[in-house]
Design a protein around this ligand. Structure first.
Ligand SMILES: NC(=O)c1ccc[n+]([C@@H]2O[C@H](COP(=O)([O-])OP(=O)(O)OC[C@H]3O[C@@H](n4cnc5c(N)ncnc54)[C@H](OP(=O)(O)O)[C@@H]3O)[C@@H](O)[C@H]2O)c1
Length: 319
């Protein structure tokens, strides 16, 4: 089968199309014929190999991509909830070979039936970013209807889903984005949008129940600023799990009586299924910015690495 592989870490040029053996599913896995694969900033971070906390998990050569939509062709002997022929979306195992390939394997528990209203290219833009948002907002943030959530990076892949999920579940949503994306985040359903180029959110916000850090900023001083807008008992959640909290931040959180939590995404089938329902009920939109053929993966990586893509980038593996 065809796959985009890296044999060394480096720039977009290290990605090559190769012919490799089709993977075989373990007893708890499904083999998926990939129709489309999402492209996420983390793919470029992994390709580059410079992130120490991720690098220790990675083995070369490897196939990139952790966002798949396609058709189940084989199931492991322990798999009961999915069968050959199912149209699914989900995340292949991490670490391990990914979805920039004609076939991928992943734990069946990390895949679910894709939203019926989406085609494969649209569905491939959902799983990783949406699961990260869901884990942060509900898993760690424990957001309840009527509560107020402040989402940093609200125009991004993770933040854009976080805005929509929080709104769909009845929260009051305040997003933050750059000037060009203020209207976009309002269209996603945010009740208020802060323009970080022109406004100081810490002077405007207070008594927030949950802050979600879904921007690429890695700075504990900025996090201390963010927890100052929380109410007593509020929760600061960061999806930037590769950047731990320092003592100063932990101390500030103790003094303000707020919780802080790092949220690695949890690829749960039941969450993927609930998201599919929200998408099919038109409560959550999936905006695809651009679909690239496999041969143009380097250009997709150049764009995703800017941290300013509005909407999702997708590789068309089999149209
Ligand atoms: N925990 C996990 O498992 C997991 C999984 C996936 C991603 N992540 C992390 O989640 C974060 C977001 O990822 P993503 O895929 O959503 O990225 P993305 O789609 O590139 O979105 C990043 C967003 O951050 C905003 N941003 C960029 N530069 C900024 C700055 N200097 N100040 C404030 N905001 C800025 C951008 O908004 P504007 O364009 O409006 O500036 C953009 O919408 C990343 O740090 C990523 O590493 C974690």
């Amino acid at each position: 089968m065809k796959a985009i592989r890296i044999n060394e870490f480096g720039g977009p040029e290290v990605m090559k199309i190769e012919n490799i053996e089709r993977p075989v599913p373990a007893p708890d896995e499904v083999l998926v014929e990939v129709y489309a694969s999402g492209v996420n900033p983390v793919d470029a971070v992994i390709r580059q190999g410079e992130n120490e906390s991720l690098r220790s998990f990675l083995k070369l050569p490897m196939t990139l991509g952790w966002d798949a939509a396609g058709i189940v062709v084989e199931t492991g002997s322990d798999v009961i909830f999915l069968k050959a022929g199912d149209h699914v979306y989900g995340v292949p195992n991490f670490p391990g070979d990914g979805s920039y390939a004609e076939y991928c394997v992943g734990k069946a528990s990390q895949f679910a039936i894709k939203p019926q209203s989406l085609d494969f290219t649209q569905a491939a833009g959902v799983p990783l970013a949406a699961l990260t948002a869901w884990t942060g907002v509900f898993g760690h943030g424990n957001l309840k209807p009527g509560q107020r959530i402040f989402i940093q990076g609200a125009s991004g892949g993770v933040g854009g889903f976080a805005v929509q999920f929080a709104k769909a579940k009845g929260a009051y949503v305040i997003g933050m984005a750059s000037t060009d994306n203020v209207e976009y985040v309002k269209q996603l359903g945010a009740d208020e949008v802060i323009d970080y180029k022109k406004q100081q959110y810490e002077e405007l916000l207070h008594d927030i129940d949950v802050v979600l850090e879904a921007s690429p900023i890695r700075n504990n001083g900025e996090r201390i600023k963010a927890i100052s807008v929380l109410k007593e008992g509020g929760i600061f959640v960061s999806v930037n799990t590769d950047f731990p909290f320092n003592d100063e931040l932990t101390e500030a959180a103790k003094i303000q009586d707020v919780k802080v939590s790092l949220a690695p995404n949890e690829p749960k089938q039941e969450w993927l299924a609930e998201m599919a329902e929200l998408i099919d009920a038109s409560k959550v939109q999936v905006l695809i910015n651009k679909v690239f053929p496999l041969e143009e993966v380097a250009e997709a990586h150049r764009q995703i690495a800017t941290w300013h893509v509005r909407g999702r980038l997708v590789l068309d593996v089999k149209s």
